[in-house]
Design a binder for this molecule. Structure first.
Ligand code: ATP
Ligand code: MG
Length: 584
């Protein structure tokens, strides 16, 4: 059913004309009528904790690993964490989870901050790095060793996997599990000082090799890695892993609600075990929600990195990428992304959101905010035979018909115009309301014209459309009240700006890439269509980079970062209608 939201299948679709979806349909735990503040099970929990006096102040955090750019899935986590903090008068920390220097980079640290700010959130002074806590984390690891709750293991990664057991078989103890406290402290200190090769030893928690939860079968806490760190340089030869760094960092920062995605649900017992066994300054709790999955794209950093490094796209900010920097370059307003995320709500269900749902939200935003302009992307010449040679005039055009207080601009008009090739048809059927010999149409904001003939080349391609105009119809209405059946857009040939326009389509042809074959084979070979010679009205010369305008009848477009005064480049942000829905 078009324009519907199916709760049972947890698939969210949004065809053209989909009504705005209220939050009340989106939550799985309550039926509170939708109002301005969102409701979901995590916010309910925060509210209950505040009402019961468990905390004075809510502290959340968004904890990106600086090993890639942020994607729209991260936006869900950002909106949730910063949103909760704002709604409850608390704070949200931006914490870089920089525990794997082999994959992390300073460039990502800057890009992530830019993107969070662009999305509209502010962490104030609360910018932190897990690497700031390395010394404290090391001390806590030594405490665990002293309490005989951690040991240095010499098993190889492969042996460790064998010893770990499976979901149906218990694991078995490493031969190194019963090392003495003294031996463990000595070995761990020597791991730190760089005495051993990468991978030669690890520090493991000593919990339970028979636990039904594999994460509790003596999980690794530290590994040896002789790799300089972007912030701590060569100070460390060992690095804590996610599990050991995350909860303790939350505790150091006084995080009250540590909100993450469902794949960490099985790690929660370990998160709790560590906090319960260390003398931490606070006791955060972890809550999990379902990650965002979006059709016709991939939201995994590992895959996005591969798209960039293998040159399947032009970079992290390629407008086809589901990255925040890609959407920004494409002309998507940050408010549209926030609104999209807000409408999805927060649940524990696995959900696949159709790309059309995001696109419709973008259209809705741009429809009210974007200025209208005229541009011709597949140009053919139109000559008005009875319009005086050499004459030009300025016509008034409204900037946004969706806004009744809209201002206007002047558009130049002349004898020769560019119009869209598909606005003309030979022997057109009755329902074709545009140019065909003998039919009168309106040129938007200008005059009525009647097509008299077309000139074709040897191959039968139309090279020129000839018309006559009615000088009485200036502004687009005739004094005798006669009606025309269609209105087309145009650009004056003499005044036109030439531009390259890049039309984007889904990056992946399949809705779920990799379902049937290797995910890269599902890349859409037609995701980028470059129109080298398009004609734009003069006002577009001054279009602000990244700010979308509507090209009348065509879609929303914005000047690209590649644009130059003598070589304009525009991106299509989104078409006016969902062409995929039509094609299906
Ligand atoms: P990926 O899974 O894309 O490779 P990641 O989850 O390892 O990335 P992080 O930098 O660790 O990336 O993510 C920071 C935060 O964003 C985490 O709390 C993570 O749960 C959340 N997050 C990542 N992807 C999504 C998603 N698709 N939907 C919602 N939240 C997400
Ligand atoms: Mg992660």
């Amino acid at each position: 059913m078009p324009g519907c939201f199916r709760l049972a299948g947890t698939r969210i679709s949004g065809r053209q004309g989909a009504p705005p979806i209220e939050n009340e349909f989106m939550t799985d735990t309550d039926n509170t009528p939708a109002d301005d503040t969102p409701h979901d099970f995590i916010r309910d929990k925060v509210k209950a904790d505040m009402d019961s006096g468990l905390h004075d102040k809510v502290v959340t955090r968004f904890p990106p690993e600086p090993n890639g750019f942020l994607h729209i899935g991260h936006a869900k986590s950002i909106c949730l964490n910063f949103g909760i903090a704002a709604e409850f008068g608390g704070t949200c920390n931006l914490r870089f989870d920089d525990t794997n220097p082999a994959k992390e980079d300073e460039t990502y640290i800057h890009a992530i901050q830019d993107d969070v700010r662009w999305l509209g959130f502010d962490w104030g002074d609360n910018l932190f790095y897990a690497s700031d806590y390395f010394e404290q984390l090391y001390d806590w690891a030594c405490d665990l060793i002293r309490a005989q709750k951690a040991y240095v293991d010499d098993l190889s990664a492969e042996e460790m996997r064998e010893y770990r057991g499976t979901l149906t078989e218990p694991g078995k103890a490493s031969p190194y599990r019963e090392r003495t406290v003294e031996e463990n402290l000595d070995l761990f200190a020597r791991m730190r000082s760089g005495e051993f090769e990468d991978g030669a030893k690890v520090l493991r928690a000593k919990i339970d090799m028979t636990s039904g939860n594999i994460n509790l079968r003596d999980p690794v806490l530290y590994r040896i890695l002789s790799h300089p760190h972007p912030r701590t340089g060569k100070a460390w030869s060992i690095y804590p892993n996610y599990d050991f760094a995350h909860g303790q960092s939350d505790a150091i920062e006084g995080v009250t609600h540590s909100v993450c995605t469902l794949e960490f649900e099985d790690h929660r017992p370990l998160y709790d075990w560590l906090l319960d066994n260390l003398s931490v300054p606070a006791r955060p709790r972890q809550y999990e929600f379902g990650r965002l999955n979006l059709g016709h794209t991939v939201l995994s950093k590992r895959r996005l990195i591969e798209l960039v490094t293998e040159n399947h796209v032009a970079g992290w900010d390629d407008p086809r990428m589901p990255t925040l920097t890609g959407y920004r370059r494409r002309g998507v307003p940050a408010t549209a992304i926030r609104d999209f995320i807000g409408r999805l709500g927060v649940t524990k269900a696995y959900g696949l959101v159709e790309m059309s749902y995001l696109e419709n939200t973008i259209r809705e935003h741009l429809n009210t905010s974007a200025q209208r302009r005229m541009a011709v992307l597949d140009p053919v010449k139109l000559v008005i035979e009875n319009y005086p040679e050499g004459q030009t005039e300025e016509l008034e055009a409204v900037n946004n018909p969706a806004d009744e207080n809209s201002d206007t601009r002047m558009v130049s008009f002349g004898r020769e115009l560019w119009v869209e090739r598909d606005d003309y048809m030979d022997d057109a059927p009755k329902k074709f309301r545009r140019l065909t010999v003998g039919q009168e149409v309106r040129l938007r904001f200008a005059y009525f014209v009647t097509c008299t003939e077309v000139i074709k080349d040897a191959a039968g391609e139309v090279v020129e459309i000839r018309c006559t105009y009615d000088p009485e119809s200036r502004g687009g209405d005739s004094p005798d009240g006669r009606k025309v059946r269609g209105t087309i857009h145009w650009v004056s040939a003499e005044h036109a700006e030439t531009a390259e326009v890049r039309l984007y389509d889904h990056l992946f042809a399949e809705e779920v890439p990799g379902k049937e074959r290797d995910w890269l084979e599902d890349l859409n070979p037609n995701s980028l269509d470059i129109r080298a010679t398009c004609y734009l009205e003069r006002a577009l010369r001054d279009a602000e980079v990244g700010v979308a305008v509507q090209f009348e009848r065509l879609g929303y477009f914005c000047a690209d970062t590649d644009t130059k005064p003598d070589a304009l480049v525009f991106n299509r942000t989104v078409s006016l209608r969902d062409s995929w829905a039509k094609a299906k």
